[in-house]
Design a protein around this ligand. Structure first.
Ligand code: FES
Ligand code: FES
Length: 170
């Protein structure tokens, strides 16, 4: 089937089997390897993408569910040539360790900051609770999200579907 959606701000038209998983379409067919697959069963958060601005697990989604959606992967988080405030804060705070879980952490945090621009530390912990880090690096990750919240004004349209879609989501 032909699937049409917006990916990191660009229109996508791609043929895929209806039963193909979204994570496979994004990683293998479209080359967005920042979308990680770890557990493949909805337990680790590594495969998270923004679906119309909300964090979703792409290993649990069928490719056909992407039809008409605005999808942002970690590759689309940057603000043009500038890193997204979250990416910058993760580097500044030393919150990046193995890098395998980091894309999903960034996506969940972007979802949080869109809904809640000034989250408390408990709210940050709750937001990333579905993203598992085997390195126990959560303290620095929470520090980074808290820090990024201070610099979210200049953010990418791809993260905020309201900007990309005009009034359609209002
Ligand atoms: S790979 Fe999707 S939740 Fe783990
Ligand atoms: S930084 Fe990836 S598992 Fe901990």
């Amino acid at each position: 089937m032909l699937i049409k959606f917006t990916l990191n701000g660009e229109p996508i038209n791609i043929e895929a089997a209806a039963e193909r998983r979204a994570v496979d379409l994004l990683r293998e067919d479209l080359g967005l390897t920042g979308v990680k697959e770890s557990c493949g069963s909805g337990e680790c958060g590594a495969c998270a993408v923004l679906f119309n601005g909300e964090s979703r697990l792409s290993c649990l989604m069928m490719a056909c569910q992407l039809e008409g959606a605005i999808i942002t992967t970690v590759e689309g988080l940057a603000c043009g040539e500038e890193l997204h405030p979250l990416q910058d804060a993760f580097i500044q705070k030393g919150a990046v360790q193995c890098g395998y879980c980091t894309p999903g952490m960034l996506i969940s945090a972007a979802d949080l900051l869109r809904r809640n621009p000034k989250p408390t530390r408990p709210e940050i912990r709750t937001a990333i609770s579905g993203n598992l880090c085997r390195c126990t690096g959560y303290q620095k990750i929470v520090d980074a999200v808290e820090s990024a919240a201070e610099n979210m004004e200049a953010c990418t349209p791809a993260v905020f579907p309201e900007k990309a879609m005009g009034s359609q989501l209002k």
